[in-house]
Ligand binder design. Structure first.
Ligand SMILES: Cc1cc2nc3c(=O)[nH]c(=O)nc-3n(C[C@H](O)[C@H](O)[C@H](O)COP(=O)(O)O)c2cc1C
Length: 206
């Protein structure tokens, strides 16, 4: 994988398109790998920086940058496990130890987890809906970049994307929401194709 690619500088001419059979193949066969099927290794620091930089190049109407990232690696995943445990017990006080331990270990399923936070500027003239769509596009860019860097990934939310205690521990503002947790690692086994939209049902012509 080419690691020496320089970030383009402001005003640099860029290709309007870049015919690439490899990219078409990546997208045509792209599959998420469930977090339970991820393991080490994850991307190194340089590769992760590249994945995040590419994710951040998502389309963004009027350049609001309506998102931010929180990266979890190593011990940070263990520390976040304590947050998950406490929040889960508060939600389900009768849960048994096994279930609590399972919730606590969520982030240990992958070497790297990136929380993609949608950060809406309500005073901006770009509609809130469009700002939220950008955060979704960021997540998808991240999946594609991770795959192209040779890593498996999954975009998930689960209960802790919506739990007030977890969001407070992550320091989310009132204008922020979790767009997704992107788990990145290496697949223990390759996924299989799943059902896809019937194109005749989703494409019409005006
Ligand atoms: C916003 C969003 C949240 C998701 N949350 C979950 C989740 O909590 N758990 C899950 O198993 N899949 C979740 N998914 C689905 C997976 O990311 C993935 O699309 C699914 O496993 C199918 O795999 P595919 O990407 O190869 O089609 C979510 C997808 C999106 C877009």
């Amino acid at each position: 994988m080419e690691k020496k690619l320089q970030a383009p500088k402001l005003g640099d001419p860029l290709p309007a398109s870049r015919a690439s059979a490899e990219t078409i193949e990546l997208l045509r066969y792209r599959r998420s790998t469930p977090a339970d099927f991820l393991t080490e290794p994850g991307p190194d620091q340089q590769t992760l920086a590249s994945i995040l930089t590419i994710a951040a190049r998502a389309p963004d109407h009027r350049r609001v940058t309506p998102f931010r990232f929180v990266v979890f690696e190593g011990d940070a995943r263990v520390r976040f496990g304590d947050v998950l445990r406490d929040a889960f017990i508060a939600r389900e006080p009768d849960a048994d130890e096994k279930r609590i331990a399972c919730e606590q270990r969520r982030f240990l399923r992958a070497p790297v987890v990136v929380a993609v936070i949608s950060k809406v500027d309500r005073d901006h003239r770009t509609p809130e809906w469009e700002q939220i769509l950008t955060a979704g596009a960021v997540c998808q860019n991240m999946l594609i970049a991770a795959s192209a860097e040779g890593f498996a990934a999954q975009w998930i939310t689960e209960w802790y994307a919506y739990d007030a205690r977890v969001l407070a521990a992550l320091g989310l503002g009132e204008n922020e929401r979790i767009a997704g947790y992107v788990y990145i690692g290496t697949a223990k086994e390759d996924p299989k194709e799943r059902a896809r939209p019937v194109m005749e049902q989703v494409v019409t012509r005006f």
